[in-house]
Design a protein around this ligand. Structure first.
Ligand code: SAM
Length: 306
């Protein structure tokens, strides 16, 4: 199970996940920084960089949780900064406080041709024209959804100080289960993101099916998640760190050993890169690929609804 050696039902897992995130909400960003030695910021930068949103791209960030604004700690906030920067290219520079990476970089030359074609189709759908400065959007650019109102509340409060008035107009919040986004009509978004959220869901197949449903044709599924380290020596080092250091850190910083022990165990139970890729393909996505970050500690999976 995800909870050590106990056997739990699906309903118990859902309850457990809810209470874990209620327990850690307030200290979540601080713990992320400590556990990953700040590297999660780089992973998130790379993730949004891979999305490469255009001015009119509409995104849903599922399991969006909290987002503390300190050099853009969160996918939705980063997306907005990135999107606005793409309409004001003069203010966006490599090493700027917005991102450590330049969003205008081309796809890597070694990417397969088919993927470049899919990327071109996605860009055509997702980023047609430039958004006039200061113009009110007819529909918001980003919808952040999470099952846990406490995580949304923290994110919402932070958005008031983290985002400019312009950016705040572009973000919306929704309490929803990733497995059943019932209030969202079919084909609503250009991009669906889920970062460090899918492994907490009970039926990950349902999550991917819902992602497929809410994406427009040509839309892109993007998932950033902890994954498996293929190299056995590095995996041993990583295991020692995960099982010995992280729960202890959780106890010291957030006063909660068990929640962080659960987080580590849920990472180990999650399908590896290839298995997860197959699940995405089975849901109907095409040109599915993944990119390992930090030796496979995390991976970005991507697929297109074509
Ligand atoms: N995406 C954020 C980030 O990258 O920092 C937060 C990730 S946090 C590890 C996981 C989030 O998933 C929590 O906010 C939790 O409430 C949410 N979550 C867990 N199960 C969920 C579900 N079934 N549907 C939607 N959100 C869920």
């Amino acid at each position: 199970t995800h909870f050590g050696f106990e056997t739990v039902s699906e309903a118990e897992k859902a309850d457990k996940v809810k209470s874990v995130f209620e327990n850690v909400a307030a200290r979540y960003d601080l713990m992320n920084d400590c556990m990953s030695v700040g590297v999660h910021r780089v992973w998130k930068d790379i993730f949004v960089h891979r999305i490469n949103p255009g001015a009119n791209t509409r995104m849903i960030d599922v399991a969006g949780g909290t987002g503390k604004y300190f050099r853009n700690c969160d996918i939705a906030f980063r997306f907005l900064k990135f999107q606005l920067a793409s309409t004001k290219s003069d203010t966006f520079r490599v090493g700027s406080p917005i991102s450590i990476l330049d969003p205008r970089v081309e796809l890597p030359p070694d990417q397969p041709r088919a993927e470049n074609e899919a990327e071109a189709q996605y860009q055509a759908v997702g980023s047609q024209s430039s958004l006039p400065k200061n113009e009110e959007l007819t529909s918001r650019s980003v919808l952040v959804s999470d099952i846990n109102p406490r995580m949304l509340e923290v994110g919402q409060k932070r958005s008031l100080t983290a985002l400019t008035a312009d950016e705040q107009k572009r973000i919306d919040w929704l309490e929803a289960d990733a497995e059943n986004l019932e209030t969202i009509p079919d084909e609503s978004f250009d991009v669906y993101t889920i970062a460090f959220g899918i492994r907490n869901c009970v039926h990950i197949e349902n999550v991917i099916h819902e992602a497929y449903r809410v994406l427009k044709p040509g839309g892109r599924f993007m998932c950033l998640e902890f994954s498996q380290v293929p190299n056995s020596l590095l995996r041993w080092v990583y295991d020692q760190y995960s099982f010995q250091v992280i729960p202890a850190m959780g106890q010291v910083i957030a006063g909660d050993w068990d929640s962080y022990k659960y987080l580590v165990e849920s990472i180990r139970k999650f399908p590896n890169q290839e298995e997860f890729k197959s699940l995405i393909q089975q849901a109907g996505f095409r040109f599915v690929s993944y990119e390992n970050l930090t030796f496979g500690v995390t991976a970005i999976h991507s697929g297109y609804k074509i």
